[in-house]
Structures are given as structure tokens and as C-alpha cells.
Design a binder for this molecule. Structure first.
Ligand code: ADP
Length: 485
């Protein structure tokens, strides 16, 4: 099958969170199973890939404006999977991908042009994709385009469109009139339809759900949760309405990258049978992040690597973590950026407890790998979590996740039971500081009991969610859709 995937992020090119990881891992999985993925991505200011010559120059004509786009061809890192990079400086040559904190004012146009260009590239190259794989609200517009603008085109008449939802919180609320001007879609003109469909503002995610042949949520748990008011982000009734085409497929991991035996970003490698490398790496991490006078390697190291948003549960962390830093019973190692208030919180926490809390602000790939690989515990007390990849990465390195029983976290982390010795992590249910602090206490106790901790580490390292399995589940869905044509 030929699968056209377009996403706002792609590992090694442009990354904010897990969307980048999975946008690269899925095509790699599909290709290994004999299929032909093709990627289309904006050439953001952060992408330096300019060695290749322009493959195509094209004009994207909209009713209100026209954009010249230069298309470069490159490849997903270490593969021969083509990535078509769209160069259009007035839209994409900016420092950020989305524009923080509120998003660039022209994100509607930026992502519309991305989607439209994806079709136009297929036409220029005379490629007929069997599947169009759209990801989150940014490329959800591929689906109305497929059904409304390109349905009669011979290259797309049999193409099926699938929308994967990585996070329903981000929906792409755009001005309806402006969207009408950009897209020329008649249905945005119809007051009844418009109101019914998009509640006055155009909702890109909703449009994607409506026009998709299938919708995938990134874990079975999340696929159920979004049907409820608590997790549906206001779209719960829409998810209920389209439940028949809603599937839950758990994200998987590219273990060629996230693997303690060969991770390119870490210095000390290790295996499930020989964790000496983890001990050395842990020593290195502690010495790197804490002044030597404060070194106390006997204390458990808790790691956080995160985009800072309220989703990630820092509000409940705030309610309990200081106690442990105050009594000097743990080391906390934090890497992250995003919401200013959390950046300020962790900066202040580090200033108050320099001995026990280290904070690195920003995005740092090698430190992220080092924390995930060498910490003893990984904190992820999320309010909601569509899938979550970092807890799955952490487990492969024997870094025990402490997670809330929600979404993809509950699908991937099984609470460790001290008696039966079954389970691969520590789990709490209620979204409050007391429940989280019980898990932290539990972690400290486990850490003090080395034989027990060793069992837990082994269990967690055995946990396996390979991308091949995820890729296969998507392919089954794709085949079913294509057969039903
Ligand atoms: P989300 O997609 O909600 O951000 P995931 O756990 O699915 O959460 O994926 C997060 C991805 O982003 C992981 O690959 C993680 O290592 C990476 N990441 C998050 N914050 C940082 C950071 N500050 N520096 C480097 N990598 C980060």
C-alpha cells in the first residue's frame, strides 16, 4: 500500500512532543512490512536540510492568496522513506512550529497549505495513495479536502482517509469566515450546517473526524475515555456519534532508537542481564546535574522529561514533592519547557533545594535520553494521557514509571504487586497530591529493598510495545477500509 502521511512534527526534523516520534516510527514500521510511506512536512525555520535541490516548484492558489512552495526531497533519518519538505518562507520560516503560547494567528492558513500541498505533490509525482494518514488538527484538513476537493481526481478516487488523534485537547479553532475564504468549502456557508458542525468557530479536528473514513485514538483506553465529558474536550458527543469508525490503537516504540543496548544518545549501554551500564550512567547523570558536595548516590533518583502543560499533572506534584526534597529523601531531575508558570515553578524549586532538585529548562535530546535511561523512577502523574511514550521508553531502561491510572498510561503500566511480584510500574488512581505521594512513598520503600527493586526493574525492562505491532494494526484497519470500497 502507498500511504501518504502528513503531520506537523517529525523526529529529527521538528519536534515538540510524542507526535514527532510516532510520525517517524509508524512509516518505519509500515516500510518494514513491505509498504510505501511518503511523508509531507513543512520546512520550518528549525529545519536546516537544504543540501538537496528543489524537486518541485509549485503555486498553491487559494481564493484569497497564492503561495509559492518549493519542495525538497529528503529521507526519514537512517531510512529511504521519502520526506517532502515544503519551503514557503512566509508561512513556515519561523522559530517555532506552532507559535507559543497562543499559536500563530495564521495557523489556519499554514496548515491548510500543508494539506493542500500534500495533494498537489502527489499529483505532480503522479502517485495515487491508497491511504492518507492525518495526525491531529494540523493535518485533519486532509480529510475534508479528500472528500470535497479531490474525490473526483483519478489519483484519489479510491483513497481512504484516516485521522489519528494524539491529543483531543488541541482542536484548531479557526474563524469560520476566514476558513471559508481560505478553503472555499460551501458547507461553511450554510448556517445550519455550519452551526451544527462547528458551533460558529470552525473546528479543524471536528472536520477531520466528520470526513474521515476511520478515526484512531492512540490507545484503547483513550478511545473509550474521549466518549465521556471528563475527557472528550467538548467533542464527546461527536465521538459518540462517530463511535462506529473510532478505533483505539496503542502507539508503539522504535526500539532501534530507544534501546539501552544501542541508544545513540547515551554513553553507558546495558542489558536486562547486565545493568552495570545503568549504574555508571546514573553516577554520570548525578555528577553532571548536582554539585559534587551534594552527591548522595544512595538516594533514589526521580526523573521528569516533559512538555510543560497542565495535562502532565504538575499541579498535584506541587502539592507533595517539596516534602521529599525538604527531608532530603530523593533526588529530583527535571527537564522540560512550555507553560511559563511551570518553568518558573521548577526554577524556584531548584533554587530552594539545589541539593536535591535539578532543573534544566528547554529541549535537550541527549539529556532526555540520559534521564529516561539512568533515573530510578520516572514521574508522569498526568491528568489525562492519550498514550504517553516516555513511560514506555523509561520501562525499557528499567526506569520505573510512576503514573496515574488513565488513558495510555493504564494500558501500558501495570501496578507492581509486592506479593505476586507481577507488574512493571507504580500506579495511583485519584488525581490528587495524596494519591501521588503514596506512590512516591511506595517507590522509596521499593528502592530500599534491593531484591524487590531488582524484580521490578526486570519486569519493566521486559515490557515491549514495538512499533511493528502498532504498524500492523493500522495496516489491518487500512485493508478493511480498502476492501470495503
Ligand atoms: P507528549 O506527546 O504529550 O509530549 P509523550 O510522552 O508521548 O508526551 O512524548 C514526549 C516526547 O517528547 C518524548 O520523546 C520525550 O522524550 C520528548 N520530550 C519531551 N520534553 C522534552 C525535552 N524537554 N527535551 C527533549 N525531549 C523531550
Amino acid at each position: 500500500m502507498t500511504i501518504l502521511l502528513s503531520s506537523a512534527e517529525l523526529e529529527h526534523f521538528a519536534k515538540v512532543g510524542g507526535l514527532a516520534d510516532i510520525s517517524a516510527a509508524l512509516p518505519i514500521g509500515w516500510e518494514k512490512l513491505g509498504h510505501e510511506p511518503i511523508i509531507v512536512l513543512p520546512k520550518y525555520g528549525c529545519i536546516s536540510e537544504s543540501d538537496s535541490t528543489t524537486l518541485i516548484d509549485m503555486q498553491i492558489e487559494l481564493t484569497i492568496c497564492s503561495h509559492t512552495v518549493h519542495v525538497y526531497k529528503t529521507y526519514i533519518h537512517n531510512t529511504l522513506i521519502p520526506v517532502y519538505l515544503l519551503e514557503c518562507d512566509e508561512l513556515y520560516d519561523r522559530p517555532g512550529i506552532y507559535g507559543n503560547p497562543d499559536g500563530y494567528a495564521d495557523n489556519d492558513l499554514r496548515f491548510y497549505v500543508l494539506c493542500k500541498a500534500a495533494f498537489e505533490i502527489m499529483i505532480k509525482l503522479n502517485i495515487s495513495p491508497d491511504i492518507i494518514s492525518a495526525h491531529d488538527y494540523h493535518t485533519a484538513l486532509l480529510l475534508p479536502m479528500l472528500k470535497l476537493d479531490y474525490a473526483d481526481h483519478p489519483l484519489f478516487s479510491k483513497t481512504k482517509g484516516i485521522l489519528t488523534i494524539h491529543n483531543a485537547q488541541y482542536q484548531g479553532w479557526y474563524d469560520n469566515d476566514r476558513m471559508h475564504d481560505i478553503s472555499n468549502w460551501d458547507f461553511l456557508n450554510d448556517p445550519y450546517e455550519s452551526q451544527f458542525l462547528f458551533k460558529k468557530l470552525f473546528n479543524a479536528l471536528y472536520a477531520g473526524i466528520y470526513f474521515a473514513d476511520a478515526v484512531v485514538a492512540v490507545s484503547p483506553g483513550y478511545a473509550k475515555e474521549i466518549l465521556t465529558v471528563e475527557f472528550g474536550e467538548g467533542l464527546e458527543e461527536i465521538f459518540q456519534q462517530f463511535q462506529g469508525k473510532l478505533h483505539g490503537i496503542l502507539n508503539g516504540v522504535n526500539y532501534d532508537v530507544w534501546n539501552p543496548e544501542m541508544d545513540e544518545y547515551i554513553t553507558h549501554h546495558f542489558t536486562i542481564n547486565d545493568v552495570e551500564g545503568k549504574v555508571k550512567g546514573r553516577h554520570q547523570l548525578i555528577t553532571q546535574l548536582f554539585p559534587s558536595s551534594y552527591n548522595n548516590e544512595s538516594l533514589p533518583v526521580f526523573g521528569i522529561v516533559s512538555r510543560f502543560t497542565s495535562q502532565k499533572g504538575f499541579n498535584i506534584l506541587k502539592g507533595c514533592i517539596e516534602h521529599y526534597l525538604q527531608e532530603d529523601s530523593i533526588r529530583l531531575v527535571v527537564l522540560g519547557s512550555g507553560d511559563r508558570s511551570y518553568e518558573e515553578y521548577f526554577t524556584a524549586l531548584h533554587q530552594r533545594f539545589p541539593k536535591s532538585c535539578s532543573y534544566t529548562q528547554g529541549y535537550n535530546e541527549s539529556l532526555a535520553h540520559a534521564i529516561l535511561a539512568y533515573a530510578d523512577f520516572f514521574l508522569m502523574p498526568s491528568a489525562f494521557e492519550p498514550c504517553g511514550l516516555t513511560q514506555i521508553y523509561a520501562m525499557k531502561y528499567g526506569t520505573i514509571p510512576i503514573v496515574r491510572h488513565v488513558g495510555g498510561l493504564k494500558d501500558t503500566v501495570q501496578a507492581f504487586d509486592k506479593d505476586s511480584k507481577i507488574g512493571n510500574g507504580l500506579v495511583f488512581r485519584d488525581f490528587n497530591a495524596i494519591a501521588l505521594s503514596e506512590s512516591i512513598e511506595n517507590a522509596i520503600l521499593c528502592y530500599a529493598n534491593q531484591p524487590l527493586m531488582n524484580v521490578l526493574i526486570k519486569n519493566s525492562m521486559k515490557t515491549n510495545y514495538p512499533i511493528a505491532h502498532t504498524a500492523e494494526q493500522y495496516l489491518v484497519l487500512f485493508s478493511n477500509l480498502c476492501d470495503h470500497h
